[in-house]
Design a protein around this ligand. Structure first.
Ligand code: ZN
Length: 603
């Protein structure tokens, strides 16, 4: 446990049983944002008022601000190279006030996406500060997580200056956004208005406040009907957008959205994207529905099914795994290039293979719970963001396409890149702060932690695993849990000391390699010794062939490694004679299968 985390337990902000401590606190903000985006002018102009509440016991002198779109500035630190189309001059401040008093923005020559700002007077504990910013930036021609999808379709994400997270175990989050790692955000309230040219539609996070002001009657009627409809309704077609019969015909329209207690807001705007919508019951107990929308190019054949795919995702994930009702009132899937999640928004590519389109959108929707509902520090603990989304992606995939196809896809996308790469970079412990990773980021964030969660589910059984997962989620949703809160909660709720499991999966350089030690005759069958060469507590199938030509499979969960992480003895009760034995890990792929087989010696 790092010293700063030990200190959080000592201070009582976190509790050793896995709950938030008696002294737990977190800060929050109220954001009032007005944006204007008037293509073909590429300048996005914004004005915002932030009321930031300091709930911490600390006096804050130098808050950190996140200016994510500064990643487009020449010289910004990046995980990847930048093409000329990617570069812009970044965020330009037109005015800054603190508690109503104009102050200059303080820019260091070598600071980009994360910048400190000295307040004229310190922000005392349990006090608040009012900040206002007027800023503008040029939207990037090349689009990934944000930017121009095409000249008249823009994806606005990370577009507003925000106060970085200040927390109890790390202080200010000063990490730079390099386009590899993801985000860490407080739960804030947002009022956002977006002014666009008359014929543009805006989709985004939060409750759509003024549909009757910006939509013409037919589109309005369809939109309203979609909020309780099961079947997909086309709210606006390309032809209707071209004939200017969708949006109110003034020079510009201002679209308004409101969301409380969300970690971020994101918007898309277009003058030609097709708009589909329906809804789905996400909470069977109350019959609460969520709106499901899609926005896409008329040419994207897979997106014609996207509302249905997303309805299925919301439904299945709400009822099965994680099995917590979808916590928002809507989601919108926008065709772009990102494969990226945002609260109530998804930005996904169009694919020729609709099965893959569904797979990707299910993964992005799964992120609603981890990281958004759970307030994960994605930048540092990607294992709790991508790791959980990848585990849920596998579980819903199993329901969609069957175990065999889901296993094949999971092995190919999520496991083989790790297990078949013996580089020391690939076996760094999963707990390693992800903001320090480059090469091993992907496997440490996605496949490896997901394999651990899925091994845990199998070992505990669904009912016990659900109790642990839901208990942890109940304790921490809307807060900022760290891996130790999750491990301790599972231990506490299940009443088991699972530290041997956590240690091997998340805190070690272990990998998966099991080998047959010995096969010996016992009183009622056989005793099989399995060596755990790689040290990871993985489940395993013993595929048995008998001398009479019959076969059988004995499955063992990761529980066989609870007593001794290096060696397990498995009893195989049988009256038959074993001819051959093979260890098969399934999705828990084995790094070295040459030691997985045993055969009776020929006589
Ligand atoms: Zn993801």
């Amino acid at each position: 446990m790092p010293r700063a985390i030990k200190e959080a337990y000592r201070k009582g902000t976190r509790s050793p049983d896995g709950r938030p401590g008696p002294k737990y606190w977190q800060n929050r903000g109220r954001y009032n944002i007005a944006i204007s985006a008037l293509p073909p002018d590429r300048i996005v102009r914004g004005s915002e008022q932030i009321t930031y509440f300091n709930n911490s016991p600390d006096t804050l002198n130098n808050p950190v601000f996140k200016l994510f779109v500064n990643i487009h500035k020449p010289g910004a630190p990046r995980a990847f190279g930048a093409t000329p189309d990617y570069l812009t001059s970044g965020v330009q401040f037109d005015s800054v006030t603190v508690n109503g008093v104009t102050v200059p923005w303080q820019v260091g020559p070598r600071t980009f996406t994360s910048q400190r700002f000295r307040l004229p007077t310190p922000l005392l504990p349990h006090d608040s500060v009012r900040l206002s910013f007027k800023w503008h930036y040029q939207i990037s021609l090349s689009s990934n997580r944000e930017g121009m999808i095409d000249s008249t379709t823009w994806f606005l994400a990370y577009f507003y200056p925000r106060v970085a997270v200040f927390d109890d175990y790390n202080g200010w989050d000063t990490t730079d956004f390099t386009d590899l790692q993801e985000f860490y955000s407080d739960f804030n309230d947002y009022d956002v208005s977006i002014t666009v040219p008359a014929n543009y539609v805006v989709w985004g996070t939060g409750h759509f406040m003024n549909p009757s002001q910006v939509l013409q009657p037919t589109a309005l009627e369809r939109y309203n009907r979609s909020l309780t409809a099961d079947q997909t309704i086309n709210v606006a077609s390309l032809a209707e957008l071209r004939s200017k019969s969708v949006t109110a015909q003034s020079v510009t329209n201002t679209w308004r959205f409101h969301a409380d207690n969300v970690p971020d807001v994101t918007f898309a705007l277009s003058n030609h994207y097709v708009w589909d919508a329906a809804s789905v019951v996400v909470d069977p107990a109350t019959n609460r529905r969520a709106s499901v929308q899609a926005a896409y190019n008329d040419t994207a054949a897979d997106f014609r099914h996207m509302v249905r795919f997303a309805q299925h995702g919301l439904d299945w994930l709400s009822r099965n795994w994680p099995g917590v009702p979808y916590p928002y009132e809507k989601t919108t899937v926008v065709e772009g290039f990102a494969g990226m999640e945002y609260p109530m928004m998804v930005n996904d590519e169009s694919y020729a293979d609709t099965v893959f389109s569904r797979f990707v959108v299910e993964h992005e929707i799964a992120h609603t719970w981890f990281p958004f509902y759970m307030g994960i520090n994605e930048t540092r603990y990607a294992m709790m963001d991508e790791g959980w989304a990848t585990a849920f992606e596998y579980l819903i995939g199993t329901a969609d396409v069957g175990r065999e196809a889901a296993d094949d896809a999971f092995k190919q996308f999520r496991v083989s890149g790790w297990i078949n790469d013996p580089s020391p970079m690939e076996d760094v412990p999963i707990i390693t702060p992800a903001d320090g990773l480059l090469a091993p980021y992907g496997n440490n964030a996605y496949g490896k932690p997901a394999l651990g969660y899925l091994a845990l589910k199998e070992m505990l059984g669904d009912a016990e695993f659900r109790r642990g997962l839901h208990g942890f989620m109940d304790r921490w949703h809307g807060k900022h849990p760290i891996p130790w809160d999750m491990f301790n909660s599972f231990n506490d709720i299940t009443g088991r000391n699972l530290n041997w499991f956590w240690n091997s999966w998340y805190f070690s350089n272990n990998y998966i390699d099991l080998g047959v030690g010995s096969v010996t005759k016992s009183a009622d069958g056989y005793s099989v010794v399995i060596n755990n060469i790689g040290g990871m507590p993985a489940p395993v199938d013993l595929q048995l062939g008998f001398t009479d030509g019959s076969n059988s499979v004995v499955h063992e969960t990761a529980g066989i490694w609870a007593g001794d992480i290096r060696r397990a003895t498995v009893s195989v009760p049988t009256s038959k004679t074993i001819q051959s034995l093979k260890l098969e890990g399934g999705i828990w792929m084995d790094a070295d299968t040459t030691n997985n087989r045993w055969a009776r010696a020929a006589r």
